[in-house]
Design a protein around this ligand. Sequence first.
Ligand SMILES: C[S@@+](CC[C@H](N)C(=O)[O-])C[C@H]1O[C@@H](n2cnc3c(N)ncnc32)[C@H](O)[C@@H]1O
Length: 386
Amino acid sequence: MSVSEREWAEAAGVLAEEVATPGWADAVAGTPRHLLVPAWWAYRPPTHWERVDAYGDPGRWRVAYTDATLVTRVGARHADDVGAGDTVTGSPTSSSTLPSLVVAMFEHAEVAEGDRVIDVGTGSGYSAALLAHRLGGDAVTSVDVDPYLVRVARERVGRLGRRPEFGCVDADRALPGQGYDALVAMVSVRPVPAAWLAAVRSGGRIVATIAGTSLLIRARVRDDGTACGRVLADSAGFMRTRVGDDYPSMDDVFRAGRDAEGDSVTTDEGEPYDLAPGGDVRTLVTLATGATDFRGYRREDGAELAWILHSDGSWARIERCRAAGGGGRSRSVHQGGPRALWDEARVALGVWEERGRPSVRDFAVTVTPDATTLVWDGPAEWRITL
Ligand SMILES: C[S@@+](CC[C@H](N)C(=O)[O-])C[C@H]1O[C@@H](n2cnc3c(N)ncnc32)[C@H](O)[C@@H]1O
């Protein structure tokens, strides 16, 4: 099935009106996103992803013109592969970011005509295509760790007559080129890699997210090769950088801590912390411990269980049960592995409470080649080094 230029241009025009700022409206209206995302994975809870072909049903291609993230790769399987079995399980490893967020990231980086920009996380090539529409292909470099994604984005974006430079690198380690006016990352990191500081000119902007959190930061590079800025009020969450085809599974760590007694068992008194995703507590626990996964559920007897897991094999399990004798609830914490994650989290949560529970969005950020540090510049300084 083919889609006429009139049809997609009309759909892209409506999308541009809905999501684009004035500076990005022409790029959104002029970019055929359906050609960059011909297939994707749709989540079928609780565990599966089902392959969707943009041309499988009449009009399905129009999904590319909704303000939605389209997951294009799950585990090691890209939705472009038409093969045996059209369902997969696993975590997303690439996607086409929702257009409003792509535009917001460019706005946060103050990208404008005349800038040279590096787009970290090519994915479908949509962000690179928008940049090349506005700035010209010569001004845009886009990198991804995945050779297939890079090759396909180069071909598909090239067919639109746009020729950004594409490169296949692990962005945690190296980036091609230097002297960029802005670096925009649609993959999350911890810490901001030294290679990013080296790639951006003095006065240039880095806009990125911190892995495992929805913290969005903007930092300006200084003459001394460090950068400083702030956590922004907006939030954004992106998949973290990977080195291989897929993320290492956390299932073994979870199995180790699912029911085990652990190396230490303590009772944690006081108000329970809300570990809900996106909340300040979950963000602080992630920042303080580097936790890579959180899991939780309510048992049939009403007990609430939460796990904090780290790829180094550490785990903490927090159990809230009805206390014996009927009154109130007791909380016990089991911890195992090389580090006591809940003890580390408790230290950070204690400081947070002493400071009057400041919002994590109120932190400044400094980036050096060795570390990224979040700094609360309230009455008593507080630094969290990543
Ligand atoms: C959310 S997608 C980017 C979406 C893209 N900007 C778009 O508009 O379609 C994140 C991308 O980061 C890539 N990525 C993951 N780890 C990386 C790494 N170490 N270096 C570079 N890219 C990486 C993934 O392969 C994935 O394609």
